[in-house]
Design a protein around this ligand. Sequence first.
Ligand code: NAD
Length: 337
Amino acid sequence: MTKTITVIPGDGIGPEVTDATLEILKAAGADLEYDMQIAGLIALEEVRNPLPQATLDSSEKNRIILKGPLTTPSGAGFRSINVEMRKAFDLYSNVRPVRTIVPGGRYEDIDLVLIRENTEGLYVGVEHYIGMHGDARAAAESVMIITRFGAERICRYAFEYARKHGRKKVTLAHKANILKYTQGLFLEVGQDVASEYPDIEFEDRIIDATAMQLVLDPYRFDVLVMENMFGDILSDLMAGLVGGLGFAPAGNIGQDAAMFEAVHGSAPDIAGQGIANPTGLLLSACLMLDHMSQSETASRIRGAIDTVVLSGDTRTVDMGGSATTREFTAALVAALD
Ligand code: NAD
């Protein structure tokens, strides 16, 4: 039976890269139907709610969401809808693979996966000011929350992912030398989980040393697992190893729901110009197809991306070319075998 997914094109370049992605999914023969919904600034303007109930209801029903970037106002304004969606569906695992597509960068043949805990750590948003000596904001405090439950399920996810995808090694990055309770618990739980997977090599590393080693010798890593904020930072570093955010996909996976989105944002500086690179969302859609047991279609799309980007004739501006989103999309459709 054809599966219906919820599609949220999003803000800024979102509608442009979503149109391109859906066109390529159709051309590749993905067995999908789309329930189009709105969120973010567009929804605020149209229905005065950045996360409309209809969008939540559709996501609740379909359980698979393909989402374009959403603009989050800095400081004042509504809270991040991305974070709200992750919370609403308990999408605890943020899977961010990076793979070399454009040759000639600092490294060739990078193929790494970062698995970031998506619901705990410092990002739970438990923070406040402390007033002193008449200054209401003399100090500020944020609480890092790590639970045995949360640490266990993300570490187990990392090992299961490694097994399923034929990966050899899991590295747990932490700061247990300084944060002995929170990071200590994460490490202890990770070590326990690792003992149940003797077929997968396991190592733990201090987060700062991990960052340096990723830059010096990324080939020593395979799958990396870490808490929320460390994962947020290192996944961008890893995107940098393969030429930046334009090629970085992400899957937010929960027990019975999943949301797929590019790592990049709504790019307001180029929105509406028809020059955005749709590869980040398209690769996220490929992760979605893998997740939905349509890996063959995902492989064909990845093959087309490799063919077009490697040939060098049709590249978008961010890749050093001059093709529009439409021209790049047409080239991808033509390259599908
Ligand atoms: P951004 O990723 O939108 O843009 C950074 C730079 O990269 C810009 O110069 C932009 O033109 C370029 N860029 C990004 N994606 C591109 C693409 N597909 N093709 C070509 N060029 C691309 O980051 P930002 O400017 O910091 O954020 C803009 C907005 O996006 C903010 O409101 C932010 O909160 C939001 N954001 C949303 C998400 C999400 O929805 N998951 C993620 C990150 C940022």
